[in-house]
Write a protein that binds this ligand. Structure first.
Ligand SMILES: [Zn+2]
Length: 73
């Protein structure tokens, strides 16, 4: 099965609890079976919670990792 991974936009909405109920439900179903998106979401939630300590770190900070955006969009 070729499920599309959750895209960055949706993941960041989820991390900020701004996603619609429908999106959230759909995402949750995907996350249940996709460890990759789950860890991306956890990572996003982490950087959203703790970016206060040193804004300067942002410049060379956490590399964006290799987001696998669905290229078939
Ligand atoms: Zn996924």
């Amino acid at each position: 099965m070729m499920a599309n991974h959750l895209n960055y936009d949706l993941l960041s909405k989820l991390a900020e609890h701004r996603a619609s109920a429908l999106d959230e439900a759909r995402a949750e179903r995907h996350l249940e079976s996709c460890g990759r998106c789950r860890s991306e979401l956890e990572w996003l939630q982490r950087i959203r919670v703790g970016p206060r300590q040193d804004p300067e770190l942002g410049s060379s900070g956490p590399s964006r990792r290799d987001w696998l955006l669905p290229s078939s969009f």
